[in-house]
Design a protein around this ligand. Sequence first.
Ligand code: AGP
Length: 622
Amino acid sequence: MCGIVGYAGSKQAVPILLEGLKRLEYRGYDSAGVAVVSGGALAVARSVGKLSSLDDLLSRRPMDGFLGLGHTRWATHGGPSEANAHPHVDCAGRIAVIHNGIIENYMPLKDGLAARGHAFTSATDTEVLPHLIEEELGDRGDLPLGPGLAEAALADAVRAVLRKVRGAYALAAVWTRAPGVIVAAKKDSPLVVGLGESENFIASDVPALLKHTRRVVYLEDGESAVMTGERCAFYDALGGRIEKTPSVIGWDSAAAEKNGFRHFMLKEIHEQPRAVENTLRGRVYPLDEGRFGRETGLTPELLRSAERVHILACGTSWHAGIVGKYLLERHAGLSAQVETASEFRYRRPVLAPNTLVIAISQSGETADTLAAARLARAAGLKVLSIGNTLGAAIPRQADFNFHTHCGPECGVASTKAFAGQLAALSLLTLHAGAARGFMPREEAREWGAELQSLPDLLRRTLGLDEAIREIARELFAARHVLYIGRGVNYPTAMEGALKLKEISYIHAEGFAAGEMKHGPLALIEPGMPVVAIATRSDVLEKTLSNIEEARARGARVIALCTEGERRLHGKAARVLELPAVGEHLSPILNILPLQLLAYHVADLRGCDVDQPRNLAKSVTVE
Ligand code: AGP
């Protein structure tokens, strides 16, 4: 989704804005632009496509100045074009605004503005904002104003406009009459303020700030910030001054770099052993000491008294949620439902008391998951957030927090965050199972030991990389690929298929292996690749039969199995052997080769692996 960067200080703004936008590229975008205020004038440059086009434009038409806004746009209202790219300006060309979100009532606002003589140049919802600010400022645009008065006038005008709009926004505005000042505000879209030495910043996400500062302030919904290079003040929705305590980010900009890997996705796949280690650290043993409960707020009493669990998430996080349902029901005796947040929020669910709601989100900003979690809280239920982004909206709203500590994930395709979510759900199952007396002590001890062996097993699984690249060479021209699995590996199959389709654009579907004969078998043509997850499990025999059924119809089977398993050799066209692990933890290992397969196929097809077409990393609009 759109990326926002703002700079106020004593350095040239444009290089800082471009560098910040680069760090936000992972969010997905189709056009970009910057605005700079200097010497009482506003200059704007915008272009369609990658940041390199904007960079080229700016090298031909340099823009000097120490105050600026930058934006990468992911089209919602109005297609990708230079006219629709941000920043947008008012009629007089004195006010520039960048915005992430959707102004839902922009049509009547636009009609009213047009009737009053405002000229529009784009098809966006955002363009109403600079014009509304222009109206609020009225003739103050032409009167002599001291810097303090101009700053207050801009801040008041932005607040007045925000009272008129409905929808979601993270926005920033500059005005030529208020030199050196940025006014920023947010509701339902992310915005973070970076506090530097004689310079201040705004951004949609922390990676854009890390080169300059690790001291950040997360704005809450309804809050605004008014900043210059020297100071930054925070306000509530009514314009009352508030104090905000800065957080210090624990990782540096190197963590958000590619570190020698060709793509973020490949780097993040390779970071999974460490990511899982970080999710587990200090949380496995001893079960009795209650550290898990103290850290997450999920005390043994609470885990005992919960009668059911309702898991809400989108995309990959939803797949993790399905694994969580299997684990919690089978190993903690907790009835569990799992649902995509976009469905939950509009279907008027019946929510029974004593239900623990679990919102899973890597970014912590997914609009549907956030709305679903709010709905659950409004119904009086407690919400546990499982997330990877401290300070994001969902963990801030939640009653309990389980941070996965996987580090920043920049590839649009989620990889290490999925592994972290699965590790978190396994830990939750372990603690819930033990607290509820459902999981015998000995089993809990074994479960804990096996969890702690995962990072090493993941390291060994990474050793399959070269073999997987070979398989990718045979697969990259395929038009369709099916993935099959059972039990906890049914969601793994769906996740494997999602990885392939989102980055390689090959049509792929994940099916419960037992469902094949109820329809999907009809899809199989001679030579069609079927990726089968057949690692050790209670239902392995049944999966082996399903593989036979697919083979009998001409499928070319690529099978994942457990080291030492001989039954697939000579039957599947390709066999990948993975280290042995309990069925409950197998999705964490099994997904890794499927991620690598998707990566290599997409790379061989020349796709933009980290920024697949039409997709965004943080889906902050619905
Ligand atoms: C995964 O590869 C996708 N990019 C996508 O499905 C993602 O998992 C989904 O948008 C949810 O994101 P979240 O975890 O940040 O809420």
